[in-house]
Design a protein around this ligand. Sequence first.
Ligand SMILES: *[C@@H]1O[C@H](CO)[C@@H](O)[C@H](O)[C@H]1NC(C)=O
Ligand SMILES: *[C@@H]1O[C@H](CO)[C@@H](O)[C@H](O)[C@H]1NC(C)=O
Ligand SMILES: *[C@@H]1O[C@H](CO)[C@@H](O)[C@H](O)[C@H]1NC(C)=O
Ligand SMILES: *[C@@H]1O[C@H](CO)[C@@H](O)[C@H](O)[C@H]1NC(C)=O
Ligand SMILES: *[C@@H]1O[C@H](CO)[C@@H](O)[C@H](O)[C@H]1NC(C)=O
Ligand SMILES: *[C@@H]1O[C@H](CO)[C@@H](O)[C@H](O)[C@H]1NC(C)=O
Ligand SMILES: *[C@@H]1O[C@H](CO)[C@@H](O)[C@H](O)[C@H]1NC(C)=O
Length: 734
Amino acid sequence: MHIRSRLSVSSSSMARYLLQILIITSLHLISLSSQQETSFVYQNFTSQENLYLDASAKVLLPSGLLQLTNTSDYQMGRAFHKKPIQLISSFSTHFVCALVAKPGVEPGHGLTFLVSPSTDFSYAESTRYLGAFNASRSPALAVELDTIWNPEFNDIKVVGGHVGIDVNDPISIAVAPASYYSKGRNVSLNLLSGNPIQVWVDYDGSVLNVSLAPLEVEKPSRPVLSHPINLSDIFPNISKLFVGFSAATGNSVCDHYILWWSFGTSGGGSLHRLDISKLPQVPHPKPLPTVHPKAPHKKLPPWIIFLVVFLAVVALAVLAGVYFQRRKKFSEVSETWEKEFDAHRFSYKSLYKATKGFSKDEFLGKGGFGEVYRGKLPQGREIAVKRVSHNGDEGVKQFVAEVVSMRCLKHRNLVPLFGYCRRKRELLLVSEYMPNGSLDEHLFDEAKRILSWKERLVVVKGIASALWYLHTGADQVVLHRDIKASNIMLDEEFNGRLGDFGMARFHEHGGSAATTAAVGTVGYMAPELITMGASTGTDVYAFGVFMLEVTCGRRPVEPQLEVEKRHMIKWVCECWKKDSLLNAIDPRMGDEFSPEEVEMVMKLGLLCSNIVPESRPTMEQVVLYLNENMPLPDFSPYTLGIGTFAPVLVDAASLVVSSASWSWSASSSANHSPYAYQGTYQPWGQTVETKNSLHIVSESEKPKTQTLSSGVKTTVTPPAEDLESNLTSISSQR
Ligand SMILES: *[C@@H]1O[C@H](CO)[C@@H](O)[C@H](O)[C@H]1NC(C)=O
Ligand SMILES: *[C@@H]1O[C@H](CO)[C@@H](O)[C@H](O)[C@H]1NC(C)=O
Ligand SMILES: *[C@@H]1O[C@H](CO)[C@@H](O)[C@H](O)[C@H]1NC(C)=O
Ligand SMILES: *[C@@H]1O[C@H](CO)[C@@H](O)[C@H](O)[C@H]1NC(C)=O
Ligand SMILES: *[C@@H]1O[C@H](CO)[C@@H](O)[C@H](O)[C@H]1NC(C)=O
Ligand SMILES: *[C@@H]1O[C@H](CO)[C@@H](O)[C@H](O)[C@H]1NC(C)=O
Ligand SMILES: *[C@@H]1O[C@H](CO)[C@@H](O)[C@H](O)[C@H]1NC(C)=O
């Protein structure tokens, strides 16, 4: 029993003893571990329990952002983890900071990670001492992110700031530009970008490494700074150290923020992972309306900048294109000799506007020399604009001079010419707009009103009077050179107005590419024109043909008619021989005419179209005959030269040469009638090529190919075939 009791006592005391040992050991272990290892993390600084805030440092709520300084000048602020750590052989820390500049103020100065035996920094100074040091020595180890260059502190001058290690005073023992190692190269980092920056400080008992990186970048494989440090040397006889931050402003200011902080004494493994998504937002001050150039801008995404630049370039290119096209579109040619004609010059732009850009709606027609457009000047005046293309400048000067001089010609039966405009390869003639178009439309176009005899006579008389004026009334003799129905315009009252004078002359000077050797119009060209050149006589000849054209209502040559009627002059003469002149007149005139008048005009037409130039009357005489102030001279259809259709003669003496022995070549200048060719007649055996220049080639009498400028080729067999058949063969091949 006794033994049992002793045993039980002894067993219970044994258990108590064991328990005691266990508790003591575990307590010892716990205390040991708390002394040896420290590790903490500040996801944010909302809870300030463990935080010692000094000077202007404060925690912004609700974000939990630790603000070491605001942007007032000469501020400093410090923050420490309240509990000191044992001086240990190693530590690691990782924190996120941000230096946010104030727009319009130079940013500075910077912040430090501090290791210090005390939290009393009452001696510390702001500005370049960063709130951690003063001018003399003071115990502290600092890793500085410095934005200001202070050469006396071993700082280096780098845009974007530098990083350094300071021991006991602000003179850096190691310094490097703020940068990080990535993919084999150093990438510089702007400490003042305002963006959060990650900082790692690693100490293994002998070497202190410092690494930086932007928020989104992993810890670089190489530190920006690596320097030997012995903490036991720096802090002798001290076993407890405080860790924290300091920052300062001076003349230069910025907000110094700490966003997140992890610390551990047992190497990098004791650190917490940074969760970027949970970081507090750094407040960025709104830029002032007048942004200082040094103020950091919020960077636009590169693609926006690219897009803006691209659009600007495109817009610029388009504007330049429009400008140059416009310049080209409205460009004119002007030379010094034209100065004296300035008053008669129109700007191309004004004509372009007047004709609504030479629109199809304003197109009046295509004459032998160019297209005609209707236009309206700003003052409301209606104009007709003829565009004449030319390929040389030779004739242009003289032509412009003539055109301008013709402006002085004033006659109620001339189409008034207002002026001109000259461009490269183009001449524009501005004349009065004639509302009733050209006479030939009223003779041949069934859709138009057919003129009565009375009206026709008025036109004929008017044109005769205008021609008389041109030949004698002006300072110098002015030849028209291309009288025909399509060149006679009709005003509101159906008065005939002679237009287009001088055009033929212009082309004779080689001005036009469209028509070449041709001067005048086939059927209206006096035979001696080729050999003797133009004269008042050739104008009279054309006027004679014109009178017959008006009376007979047909063109001078109409190959589709039966042989005896084909040539108007011949036919009229034949009718006269049979004493039935009225058979030749235009049946559409109706009965309202005076036969005497009609016969007189027809006879006068034959007289004027006499192939013997000397037998033709002058225009003065023609006017007198027409107004019946003078009777017609005595002549008959059998008079020499009357009623002979011979387009070109070498001279009057070779009358016997029949028209059958003439060949011709034509330029396919556009005209209303396919038979109203402009061409040059030459005796057989001489070919005329109308290829911009006139070549006369001697040829034997064999069939020859003639080239129309349109490229149509026709073979003419000499000399049995007469002109009609040539015309027919050409027309059938067209
Ligand atoms: C900065 O903080 C101080 C107090 O710590 C205050 O007086 C000053 O107005 C603040 N400045 C700015 C710009 O917020
Ligand atoms: C601050 O951190 C704590 C955890 O440490 C978290 O619960 C809290 O939501 C955080 N506050 C803010 C404002 O992020
Ligand atoms: C700097 O700080 C130390 C204390 O660490 C102090 O003894 C010394 O007087 C201070 N020097 C100046 C210039 O304030
Ligand atoms: C990167 O910077 C470090 C220190 O600043 C320097 O030692 C190293 O040579 C640099 N490396 C390159 C690739 O520039
Ligand atoms: C410091 O950096 C060097 C390489 O530059 C590396 O060898 C060393 O391990 C690093 N020390 C610490 C504690 O990270
Ligand atoms: C650090 O300094 C202490 C005392 O001066 C010395 O005992 C120790 O060996 C040094 N450590 C290294 C790694 O040099
Ligand atoms: C450190 O303490 C020892 C005595 O424990 C003393 O002899 C020595 O001078 C002290 N060193 C310094 C730098 O205070």
